[in-house]
Design a protein around this ligand. Structure first.
Ligand SMILES: [Zn+2]
Length: 83
């Protein structure tokens, strides 16, 4: 009886390590990949925010706040000439 239990335990252990573990690892890799992607996206958005000079008055504004008209940065709509 003990032998049977031992066999089951060994089979279960082998099943657990060979089948279940890779799944967990894959899930962890997915999570790590997601975290890496989010970090990279955060880093990219951080790099995107640069100070740019207004084409008209020369005021420095962050690229996120700047108004871009035909590839040129403006500090405000009045400088950009849009309403
Ligand atoms: Zn301006």
């Amino acid at each position: 009886m003990l032998k049977i239990l031992l066999t089951i335990a060994v089979v279960w252990a082998v099943w657990f390590f060979l089948i279940k573990k890779p799944k967990v690892t894959a899930h962890r890799q997915k999570m790590a990949q997601k975290a890496r992607r989010e970090a990279a996206a955060k880093e990219a958005s951080k790099e995107e925010e640069i100070m740019v000079a207004c084409e008209k008055c020369g005021t420095y504004v962050s690229s996120k706040e700047a108004i871009i008209v035909s590839g040129r940065y403006y500090c405000s709509k009045s400088c950009a000439g849009v309403k």
